[in-house]
Design a binder for this molecule. Sequence first.
Ligand code: HMG
Length: 422
Amino acid sequence: MRIGLEGISFSVPQSYIEMNALAKARNVDPLKYIKGLGQVEMSVASPCEDTVVLAAEAAASLLANFNIDKSSIGLVIVGTESSVDQSKPVAVFVHHLLGLPQACRTFEVKHACYGAMAGLNMAINWIQSGRAPGKKALIIASDIARYGAGTAGEPTQGAGSVAMLVSDSPTLIEFNLKGEGVYSKQVMDFWRPNYSKEAFADGHFSINCYLDALVGAYESYTKSTGDKSKNLAACLYHVPFVKMAHKAHLRLLEFERGAPFEKDSPALKEAQDDYAKRVSPHLDINAKVGNIYTGSLFLALLKLVEDFDPKASNRDISLFSYGSGCTAEWMTAKVLPEAHLRMKKHPYQKVLEGRVRLTVEQYERMLEGAGKADQNDSNICNPATWGIKKNFLYLGTHNNVRNYAVDGEVIIRAEVPKSEAA
Ligand code: HMG
């Protein structure tokens, strides 16, 4: 059975900030953010754009762009680490906002940035099982990365969502299912306790944890399949910031050759050229959106599919997912020959061009407001306050129930239990 992606789309908040401006405001050389981390811009979520809104937008865009019949969707999984409720999953809000059929399973998955990859695995297994013939799975990675103003993690924030449709009639990507590459180890590299809106990170340690996990997952994959990375047409990595994908690719090549690269050596030059060919062309969206945690790897995938040369479609690509804490997976897939034609109909660059640039002061105000957006019965989530004009909106929590608007007019309000309403 062939299993893969029939659609992929993404969403970002309405606003962004330039890294140049942020660096100046923090008295940092802008080259540190732009060259040192590889980030040019960063998406900023307003209080009216929560994880649900971003997920619903990405999924609605997928359904429209790829002309998907809603009644075919039998599974909705949202991978997130910026959930809105300890009990109610983002997936069921999205299911409601999109008007998906009730004969459908919905749930949420968490393991830091790995959540959506876990969802993808579940979808593949569900389709492979043959229990729901003809049904498709909507897998959504949706997150808001927040470390707070003035922290070391601040330039690696971001927000957005990627939606993917998994089915047995793929037109974009087909997954290779002959083996697996997985790795897990308990480490305190990055976490967000229930009492905090902002993540804690042991930044430099987290980079080492990521690189160890990459080697572990890749080694597990090569043992399981005998495949090697040199045959891959492209290598995609989890992208908390663009430079991390560069570090990852060089570490992978070092592991393959069995020795570190020496400074200024021809081998290092060759590795840099290889990065420029097989990795960096796919990271443009990441550089302008920032870290969207669960979706970062799939933003790179979307860009790759959009640009893919059909002549390379007989060669595999790799996908490396890393979730802090930590767990990781290396998998491979093929981009199908007609994929770029399907993607070209929806120029994703336009989504980024439509964003509104914020000043540092406006960004700081938005960051502070978004931190309070879940307070019960507050007026913070008023779209007019923040100038947000979108089809899906979070209107705040009232009477302990989250309120959402669709298409500017219809207010979707989760029902209050009859006992309370009386
Ligand atoms: P930092 O300590 O402020 O930065 O934090 P730095 O001093 O390490 O500098 C960064 C880079 O800029 C370095 O490059 C500098 O040399 C360079 P490198 O040596 O690493 O190649 N640099 C300059 N370059 C040009 N001109 C200059 C200049 N100055 C410096 N003037 C750090 C950086 C990433 C640690 C911080 O932002 C952070 O803590 N971020 C959050 C944690 C993170 O993103 N970790 C990544 C791995 S873990 C992961 O990916 C999982 C995650 O997504 C969460 C999840 O799974 O849910 C985070």
